[in-house]
Write a protein that binds this ligand. Structure first.
Ligand SMILES: [Mn+2]
Length: 254
């Protein structure tokens, strides 16, 4: 798929809205909306690569309170014809049709490949990929299990969402400080994962979130691994102009 001259594709992830509390989440939400305002004129497409929310679960007839500014902005962007893609993250995988129906956003539950310009992209949130982390991989199976999801839906939202917020906070406390620096090419499990894929198939760009650390790593002469960072500490995003991709930090224009 070619990109019109002057148009760009944007990638961002890990807003974790709702955390750590309502007030600071709202500040970040407004910042994200401002960013989306700023790219609206030249955005050909937007990829949101997981963890928009610190916790999201869609009940059959009910969605969690809040986030109206962002949801409204996303709706207005797709209404204007800008396609938005969303890859569920490990914090907001419990989606069941609201984004598609209400916001006209494509939702993906697994990594997916795209061709844009003459480049090949491999895009996904990044959780549970690569070697190790058997504990999380098991939990992910439980979380993705339709019966377990149904069971959770039977708990009254006051208790269900309360419980989920508690565990979401706990998981963040656990992953804490050790992950905040680059571990090295041989230890970054998403890099190991990318290199395994490259053995079989070429991709120009591997784009992931989840790591909360902006990383732009050359895998070989024609492949790069990009981690989008987050919108908690880094406010980073990637932009593709049809030829090249750049990882950038957003500063609010004066
Ligand atoms: Mn995350």
């Amino acid at each position: 798929m070619p990109i019109s001259p002057g148009k760009k594709i944007y990638f961002l992830s890990d807003f974790h809205l709702g955390a750590p509390d309502y007030e600071s989440s709202l500040v970040r939400e407004k910042k994200i909306v401002k960013f989306l305002d700023s790219i609206e004129a030249d955005a050909a497409e937007i990829f949101i690569v997981g963890d928009i929310f610190d916790f999201w679960y869609e009940y059959r007839k009910v969605v969690p309170k809040g986030y109206t500014r962002l949801l409204g902005k996303l709706a207005s962007l797709t209404d204007k014809g800008i396609p938005i893609h969303f890859f569920v993250g490990n914090h907001d995988m419990w989606m069941s049709g609201y984004f598609e129906q209400e916001l006209n956003i494509s939702v993906y539950f697994e990594p997916k490949t795209f061709e844009r310009g003459d480049k090949k992209f491999y895009i996904g949130h990044g959780d549970g990929l690569g070697p190790g982390d058997q504990g999380y991989k098991f939990i992910k199976k439980v979380f993705r299990n339709p019966f377990c999801q149904w069971l959770f839906g039977q708990i009254h939202p006051t208790w269900g969402i309360g419980l989920a917020n508690y565990f979401s906070r706990k998981s963040r406390a656990k992953t804490g400080k050790t992950d905040e620096h680059f571990l090295g090419e041989d230890k970054e499990w998403l890099i190991i994962y990318c290199k395994e894929i490259l053995q079989k198939e070429h991709f120009d760009y591997f784009i992931f979130g989840h790591r909360h650390l902006p990383i732009d790593c050359k895998l070989n002469d024609s492949s790069r691994y990009i981690n989008l960072g987050d919108w908690i500490n880094h406010f980073t995003y990637a932009v593709f102009d049809g030829n090249d991709l750049e990882l950038k930090k957003w500063e609010i224009p004066a």
